[in-house]
Write a protein that binds this ligand. Structure first.
Ligand SMILES: [Zn+2]
Length: 250
């Protein structure tokens, strides 16, 4: 009912809405405590607004369950990459990246145009269709790269990225390269706007490949450390089990 009131209420629709909801309204049992009416926040047990419940509600508004068939796990949360990059992709997909179009939609006095080419700056423009991003993609050694003429949304872009294959010059085995490309496109955009520093497209691609390699090496090393610790401690663990079982038997 609250949802209907929130989304269907206009001065013209009010009588019709009241007629439709008449039976429900009659079922409301007024409080016997004779208290004054007050406004309450229904999404928290306390009745008062909390940032936690407000955030949870805003997430539901952005991604209503059952209505959004974007595979968040496959395209973002399960990607083998650094957590900060997964978070960055989530921000981009959720429309939370402060690019020109977002600032404009929030009524901020900022130039919504891309500082490199003058087109409206959207996340898709920044990561794929800006002539600078096109150059970065050309410098990227990979198969099945996305192209601006075949992709029309960020969902399509992130889905198509899962099919990309790194080519040997990258030296990457299991780490996808595109999250690092997007990260460095974003960093180079901020450096260009706020510090007037201009990286070339080759520099962006090389920095992305370099960071992806470093991360893959570090993550492999930490994986080996975990296996070594497991091998080292497993005899102690099993002997502890044997001692426990034998003490129970006796
Ligand atoms: Zn541009």
């Amino acid at each position: 009912m609250a949802r209907q009131l929130r989304f269907g209420l206009t001065p013209g629709s009010l009588p019709r809405l009241l007629y439709v909801l008449w039976d429900l309204i009659l079922q409301i049992i007024p409080s016997s405590l004779n208290k004054e009416d007050e406004l309450v926040w229904l999404l928290d047990k306390s009745g008062t607004f909390t940032t936690k419940s407000g955030y949870a509600n805003s997430r539901l508004e952005l991604h209503p369950p059952g209505l959004d068939d974007f595979p968040w796990k496959k395209c973002i949360w399960n990607i083998n990459t650094a957590p900060k990059l997964r978070h960055f992709l989530w921000r981009a997909k959720s429309g939370a990246l402060p690019v020109g179009s977002l600032l404009q939609s929030r009524g901020m006095q900022a130039d919504p145009r891309c500082k490199r080419c003058g087109a409206l700056e959207t996340p898709l423009h920044l990561l794929l269709s800006c002539p600078f991003a096109v150059q970065v993609w050309q410098e990227t050694p990979a198969l099945f790269k996305p192209t601006a003429d075949s992709i029309s949304s960020l969902s399509e872009l992130l889905l198509s990225n899962t099919k990309m294959i790194n080519l040997p010059p990258t030296g990457l085995a299991s780490t996808p390269l595109y999250p690092w490309l997007y990260w460095h496109l974003w960093k180079s955009r901020n450096l260009f706007i706020f510090e007037d520093k201009a990286w070339t497209a080759s520099e962006v691609a090389l920095k992305a490949i370099h960071d992806a390699r470093v991360w893959e090496k570090a993550s492999r090393a930490s994986h080996y450390v975990k296996i070594k610790l497991l091998i080292f401690f497993s005899p102690f663990f099993f002997s502890f089990l044997v001692v426990r079982n034998s003490s129970r038997d006796s």
